[in-house]
Design a protein around this ligand. Structure first.
Ligand code: NAP
Length: 286
């Protein structure tokens, strides 16, 4: 495993296992498979509806808690100071742990300032080892870093070969914020696993396209989260620490950047509407 050191000195495993869109029924087994394969970093969220199952796996896996790195994210409907604070304590219960390694604000909408103050407070009380945000564009990140006592330690954003976030990463570096990549495979959109450039590079190293993508993120010093419900793929995605991409191959991947999201742009009014609807749909389930 490779690690990054956050601006507060906390060590974070560079590769994590993501549990978005893993059902309650499958989640505990998938996390146990991942831990068995060697992952020590698990990424969940209040809005994934599987924190309890992640907690079951944490308590059953036999690995000491301090060797694991657990992230969760506060859902928008739990924003505002008091709600956010209570929701993190509830997440801690579900995860069956008395501290969380990293808590992120899931989206830059509604009262995220109040919620961020709650994270700062929990951090100062020692209940959270690092705090951060997710899906914050460079301007929102600059704002929250400038007007708070503690700048976010991490910003988790979409990043994959077709949407590389080079400028966003430069902005994070300037502010001491660690970049973390969600959807490193773009969930397979735009035929990512069959991309001819990635396939040619993968064949050259006798690796898969998924492994090449994760290796490319490691070499850009980005923490990456990979999700799979298949044991073989979970193992495959972990086998990325025994090879190095050459500068030439890194540059070939750089040339694939389209500079636009494979999902949606976070900075449009339609996206705000989409999240307002999502809050309604998820009410009472979190
Ligand atoms: P992803 O990791 O880019 O892609 C997952 C997809 O790739 C699944 O369909 C999976 O299929 C497939 N896959 C995985 N490994 C493979 C392999 N070796 N070969 C072929 N197919 C493979 O997408 P993601 O789950 O959206 O993102 C990863 C994690 O990032 C999430 O789980 C979550 O923790 C985080 N995330 C955060 C946000 C945010 O807003 N902060 C948003 C999205 C995701 P199978 O499962 O069928 O194997």
């Amino acid at each position: 495993m490779e690690y990054v050191t956050l601006s507060n000195g906390v060590k974070m495993p560079k590769l994590g296992f993501g549990v978005f869109q893993i059902s309650k029924e499958e989640c505990e087994k998938c996390v146990l498979d991942a831990i068995k394969a060697g992952y020590r970093h698990i990424d969940t969220a209040q809005s994934y509806f599987n924190e309890e199952e992640v907690g079951n796996a944490i308590s059953k896996c036999g690995i000491p808690r301090e060797e694991l790195f657990i992230t969760t994210k506060v859902w928008i409907d739990n924003y505002g100071y008091e709600n956010a604070k209570q929701s993190v304590l509830k997440s801690m219960d579900k995860l069956k742990t008395n501290y969380i390694d990293l808590v992120l604000l899931h989206q830059p909408f509604s009262d995220y300032y109040g919620a961020y103050h709650a994270l700062q407070n929990l951090y100062e009380e020692g209940k959270i080892r690092a705090i951060g945000v997710s899906n914050f564009s460079p301007d929102r990140l600059a704002d929250i870093a400038a007007f708070n006592k503690i700048a976010p330690h991490v910003n988790q954003v979409e990043a994959n070969p077709l949407h590389q976030q080079v400028n966003a990463q430069e902005n994070m570096l300037k502010r001491g914020v660690q970049m973390e990549a969600w959807a490193p495979f773009g969930e397979g959109k735009s035929n990512m696993f069959k991309n001819p450039v990635l396939k040619e590079i993968a064949d050259k190293y006798d690796k898969s396209v998924a492994q090449v993508i994760l290796r490319w993120l490691m070499q850009r010093n980005i923490v990456a989260l990979a999700k799979s419900t298949h044991t073989e793929r979970i193992k495959e995605n972990f086998e990325i620490f025994d090879f190095q991409l050459s500068d030439e191959d890194m540059n070939k991947i750089t040339a694939l950047d389209t500079k636009s999201s494979l999902f949606f742009d976070h900075q449009t009014p339609e996206t705000v509407d989409r999240f307002v609807n999502m809050i309604e749909e998820r009410k009472g389930r979190i």
